[in-house]
Write a protein that binds this ligand. Structure first.
Ligand code: ASP
Ligand code: CP
Length: 268
């Protein structure tokens, strides 16, 4: 996919993006992916659509299904994408459903880890809002498919990884919550940082800050990841460190979404 600039694999196919929540990366990379594969796109601007006249999600999906070969949907309600998929025959891709999941992000995250370090025995430390951050939910679940992964969670107690996910992971992955950030950093291969999801959380929390100073005690060969957008938890003065992988992660999103569309739309 990296080599394809003007492909024809999805010529004559149309993908519609419908985002009920803001997005920079997921929406643009899905659109760029479709264009690079030779397909076309419709983008529904929810603020200008009949959603403003009270149209239900189900009716919008039914309608758009008549015009498209695939739908990419982001919605603030957990499980909204699963519900929407029940009213359409065409593929519908989850681009983030509230505090639920963000599965295509998990795939690009996995691809990034594989590219940067290879997949093997490793310690992955997840930092930040693990309760509301859907990217860590999906990535943690995906990691159960691989052997030798240890997870360390670092978050305020009120923002810890949801119990249902901890239980889902339990048979497969060692999960620890009793390690400080300073200790975790020394043994970490992948530091996966997330922002506090202010739009979903009413309480104020002092976010963790991953400073160049903190990284001094980290391994030479490790990576810092972040799904972005970032806030103060990831200061820009970290960007020049070769271990900062988050913009390489962004780029991988394009290739991964090309692969996803090629697989899903062609198969359909
Ligand atoms: N962009 C990611 C998401 O939509 C992470 C975030 O917004 O913090 O879940
Ligand atoms: N990582 C991610 O989902 O970014 P956006 O919210 O900008 O799409």
């Amino acid at each position: 996919m990296k080599k394809i600039k003007t492909g024809t694999m999805l010529k004559d196919k149309i993908m519609t993006t419908i985002f009920y929540e803001p997005s920079t990366r997921t929406k643009c990379s899905f659109q760029a992916a479709m264009l690079r594969l030779g397909g076309s796109i419709i983008d529904i601007n929810v603020d200008q659509s009949s959603v403003q006249k009270g149209e239900t999600l189900e009716d919008t999906i039914r309608t758009v299904s008549c015009y498209s070969d695939a739908i990419v949907l982001r919605h603030p309600r957990k499980s909204a994408v699963t519900d929407a998929a029940k009213v359409t025959e065409i593929p519908i891709i989850n681009a983030g459903d509230g505090v639920g999941e963000h599965p295509t992000q998990a795939l690009l995250d996995l691809f990034t880890i594989k590219n940067e370090l290879g997949l093997g025995s490793m310690t992955i430390t997840m930092v930040g809002d693990l309760k509301n951050g859907r990217t860590v939910h999906s990535l943690a679940k995906l990691l159960t498919r691989f052997c030798g992964i240890r997870l360390i969670y670092i978050s305020p107690k009120e923002l810890s990884m949801p119990n249902d996910i901890v239980e889902y992971l339990n048979p497969f992955i060692e999960q620890r919550t009793d390690v400080s950030l300073e200790d975790a950093i020394k043994v970490t291969d992948v530091l996966y940082v997330t922002r506090i999801q202010k739009e979903r959380e009413t309480c104020e929390y002092e976010p963790y800050a991953i400073t160049p100073e903190l990284l001094k005690s980290a391994k030479k060969k490790m990576i810092v990841m972040h799904p972005l957008p970032r806030q103060s938890e990831l200061p820009p003065d970290l960007d020049d460190d070769p271990r900062a992988a988050y913009f390489r992660q962004v780029e991988n999103g394009l290739y991964m979404r090309m692969a996803i569309l090629d697989y899903v739309v062609k198969k359909f």
